[in-house]
Design a protein around this ligand. Structure first.
Ligand SMILES: [Cu+2]
Length: 276
């Protein structure tokens, strides 16, 4: 019964109680658990320091100690407590944080073999642009020197792989299938942050950095910029929808086909112009 009570207490999530939204990704519970362990530790430190402060106020009040002592603290209790805190922090880092991080990074090769959806998330002051590879599954060649506008995905127009590529200002992904987002920026450093998926990644100009997760439920959430990036940072929010594979396929095919038709038309026009 006593042990059962302890487990019930541990199942309580202080982070969720303090506002962390529900988890919607396959790996998210492990991250949530880590956040909870750290939060429990912070609660213990907060209570400990508050008790220490109050005891000091009473014990060392001026009325009881009219003359200052020049010898200071004689016991070794504070040293023992500080060593205790260092040990707990070392356990958190070596026992929880490092293994979790290596499990995350090592899963990339596996995710590549699981037919992931790949989308580039291009950050700019102050919004996001999403670049899909189209029905062929291949991104067009990315030539960053072509950047012509904020959030430009920089698809080289003469690469046929990019003809069916398309962009969207809202992110749509299917449920129960791994997603690899390649995060980049066309100006300053941003951060693509999806709290209900327990994941975020900095967006650097000139780099495509992958972040991956598997949504486990259909949902809609806002996606924010997690890095102070200028005066409009607070408004740098867009929407992410996790939908059924069927409705994602319909969206993907119609946008891809339309983009391909436009590219073919534009190419035919430029070929005709060159022949004149
Ligand atoms: Cu930003």
């Amino acid at each position: 019964m006593f042990i059962q009570n302890i487990f019930n207490t541990l199942a309580f999530s202080p982070a969720e109680w303090m506002g962390l939204p529900k988890n919607y990704s396959a790996h998210g519970d492990t991250v949530g658990h880590m956040i909870d362990v750290v939060t429990w530790f912070m609660i213990a430190l907060f209570i400990g320091w508050t008790v220490f402060f109050l005891v000091s106020l009473v014990k060392f009040r001026q009325k009881k100690n009219p003359k200052a002592s020049y010898y200071g603290v004689q016991s070794h209790l504070s040293t023992h407590l500080e060593v205790g805190v260092i040990i707990v922090e070392a356990v958190l880092l070596l026992g929880f944080a490092f293994p979790l991080w290596s499990e995350r990074t090592d899963s990339y090769d596996r995710v590549l073999t699981e037919n992931p959806v790949r989308v580039r998330a291009v950050g700019f002051q102050f919004n996001w642009n999403f670049h899909y590879a189209g029905e062929d599954g291949k991104f067009g060649f990315i030539d960053r020197s072509l950047v012509s506008a904020k959030g430009d995905p920089c698809i080289a127009p003469d690469d046929k792989n990019g003809w069916d590529d398309f962009t969207a200002d809202k992110l749509r992904i299917p449920v129960d299938r791994p997603v690899i987002l390649q995060v980049t920026s066309t100006d300053v450093i941003h951060n693509f942050s999806i709290i209900p998926m327990r994941i975020q990644q900095d967006a650097f100009p000139g780099k495509d950095i992958p972040m991956w997760f598997t949504p486990i439920e259909e949902m809609e959430t806002s996606v924010v910029c997690g890095q102070l990036c200028g005066s409009g940072h607070a408004n740098m929010v867009t929407t992410m929808t996790v939908e059924s594979q069927k409705s994602f396929n319909e969206f993907h095919k119609s946008r891809s086909d339309a983009s391909k038709a436009d590219s073919e038309k534009a190419n035919a026009a430029s070929v005709a112009k060159a022949a004149e």
